[in-house]
Design a protein around this ligand. Structure first.
Ligand code: ATP
Ligand code: MG
Length: 257
């Protein structure tokens, strides 16, 4: 049970954006991707989502090459939350949430209503449901998009199939309380879900991730548990600035002067 990118190369406009990147996303684990601006994090996520073909290497979802899957199969198996999401029409929040409902083949309208209600509650966005999405603040929009992704990978409690959630800086506009709420929700739902999350906040990554991928110039320069990847030397080299790391409550604590 893995969403796997193997030896990915990506060339855009004659530039190598990703090179020799291998990533394994397994259910029950939170995988964080960190790295400076332009390192290739969003590009990697696009590859894993099956939204764009790599120039070399392959992406497999549980042993099947991702481009062999039908769009509806893929949509029920993995949800994606992109770094920036432009909604150009005047949709209500409820309409955006309904876009996450990809289960119409198996479940009727009344189940959809229940699931949307439940997920909205869990994500704390019930009061926003009738609002025009475009009038929401950046953080509110981000919380709605997260809820949409949760709806997309919903399954009844009687089923325990693997799902994958790919999130590109999902907390970038959130206040500290909503940031923690989202990350705790992720940890709670990870039992059957393989989670990949792009984060700029190194301490959040150190606190919440089981595995960290450190990207630099389109390559994975380190992968492993937070203690092994987040060393002062490694982070300082990659970010090009002096970064200190000490241990706090069993996890790396990262700071600059
Ligand atoms: N179509 C393109 N042509 C040329 N270069 C591109 C193209 N698309 C992206 N890039 C470059 O690829 C690199 C990786 O971009 P990507 O968006 O994956 O970075 P990132 O790690 O997500 O950065 P950020 O932290 O700023 O979101 C960047 O240098 C970007 O300018
Ligand atoms: Mg990005």
């Amino acid at each position: 049970m893995t969403l796997r990118a193997e030896n990915i190369q990506l060339i855009r406009s004659n530039r190598e954006i990703l090179s020799g990147v291998t990533v394994d996303i397994k259910p029950a684990f939170v995988h964080a991707v960190i790295g400076p601006n332009g390192a290739g994090k969003s590009s990697l996520l696009t590859m894993l989502a099956g939204e764009e073909q790599p120039s070399g290497g392959r992406v497999e979802l549980e042993g099947i090459c991702i481009d062999q899957l039908q769009p509806n199969e893929l949509a029920a198996k993995r949800a994606v939350m992109s770094q920036s999401i432009d909604v150009v029409f005047d949709f209500s929040v409820d309409q955006i949430l309904e876009m996450g409902w990809v289960h119409a083949r198996n479940w009727g309208h009344s189940v959809m209503i229940q699931v949307i209600e439940m997920c909205s509650q869990v994500c704390g966005i019930e009061s926003l449901r009738q609002r025009n999405y475009r009038t929401l603040s950046g953080g509110e929009q981000q919380r709605v998009q997260f809820c949409r992704a949760m709806i997309q990978i919903w399954q009844p409690e009687t089923e325990a199939e693997s799902r994958y959630l790919l999130l590109d800086e999902p907390t970038s506009s959130l206040d500290v309380a909503h940031e923690l709420q989202l990350l705790n929700l992720l940890r709670q739902s990870r039992e059957t879900t393989g989670i990949l999350i792009v984060l700029h906040d190194l301490n959040l990554a150190a606190h919440f991730a089981d595995t960290i991928y450190l990207l630099h110039d389109g390559r994975v320069v380190a992968r492993g548990n937070p203690e092994d990847v987040m060393t002062s030397q490694q982070l300082s080299d990659v970010y090009g600035t002096e970064i200190e790391v000490e241990e706090r409550r069993g996890r790396p604590y990262i700071y600059t002067h």
